[in-house]
Design a protein around this ligand. Structure first.
Ligand SMILES: O=C(O)c1ccccc1NCC(=O)[C@H](O)[C@H](O)COP(=O)(O)O
Length: 261
């Protein structure tokens, strides 16, 4: 069984248990703060002539194990904001990423940036939960879902005024995303979630196929300003970066250097 399939199986069991504890109505009744515009924050950075960064708060990963032992989501959120990030992404999956919902709550409270709940969405119930903890956007991984499930999850996000980052890894997934979903925020994951092979060339290849009205995000394996400039040659100006920033000592300086060189 590949890692993505394994993660999805674990997630199905987890969501089934969590659903027993709270209904969608309960979750929606929680007074969440107003949604911060995720897509709009990225677009504003690009319109201002710069790169737009989604900076990820990621303690560990299946491919790299523990990334940051002195992990502090509040410090990272503040440093990313000070370094010029447009948005945050916070891993909330516990079994494979050592994430937690509390990390998202704490990171969002520590800055004014919109926040993506980075998790494996398989059920619209999780969208209600994401909004209840304050998330402004959710992730749909096309490889993880059939068309009907993708539509339902996106509809649950739109109903709550949340943005959706739609993640693809190849041409067929990009076709499905553009043909099935309304979101025009598409992330190309350079990492194959089944093998962990990571190649910036994946974003370069798919960028040519993305319609101009779509905001394209290069994801995974991006470590330097030169990487950003390389992808910018293919028209990509928005980047999702986790591990390389999480390993830095001076996170403010590293974030700023990633964006500006
Ligand atoms: O990062 C992993 O090992 C991983 C394994 C299986 C499924 C998803 C995984 N990562 C999620 C991501 O997409 C990345 O956290 C994100 O794009 C940032 O990547 P990076 O900058 O390489 O940390």
């Amino acid at each position: 069984m590949n890692k993505l399939t394994q993660i999805l199986e674990t997630k199905a069991g987890e969501v089934a248990e969590r659903r027993k504890m709270r209904s969608v109505a309960d979750l929606d009744a929680v007074a969440a703060s107003p949604v911060r515009g995720f897509h709009a924050a990225l677009q504003a950075k690009i319109d201002a002539g710069g790169f737009a960064l989604i900076a990820e708060i990621k303690k560990a990963s299946p491919s790299k194990g523990l990334i940051r032992d002195d992990f502090n989501p509040v410090d990272h959120a503040r440093a990313y904001a000070a370094g010029g990030a447009a948005c945050l992404s916070v891993l909330t999956d516990a079994p494979y990423f050592q994430g937690h919902e509390d990390y998202l709550v704490a990171a969002r409270a520590a800055c004014a940036l919109p926040v993506l709940r980075k998790d494996f969405m398989i059920d619209p119930w999780q969208v209600a939960e994401a909004r209840a903890i304050g998330a402004d956007a959710i992730l749909i991984i096309v490889a993880a879902l059939d068309d009907g499930a993708m539509r339902e999850i996106e509809a649950a996000a739109i109903e709550r005024q949340m943005d959706v980052l739609v993640e693809v890894h190849d041409e067929a997934e990009l076709d499905r995303a553009l043909g099935t979903l309304r979101s025009r925020l598409i992330g190309v994951n350079n990492r194959d979630l089944r093998t962990f092979e990571t190649d910036l060339g994946v974003t370069e290849r798919l960028a040519r196929l993305v319609p101009p009205e779509t905001l394209l995000v290069g994801e995974s394996g991006i470590a330097t300003h030169a990487d950003c400039q390389r992808l910018a040659q293919s028209g990509v100006r928005t980047f999702l970066v986790g591990e390389s920033l999480m390993r830095q000592v001076d996170v403010v300086a590293a974030t700023s250097a990633l964006l500006q060189g």
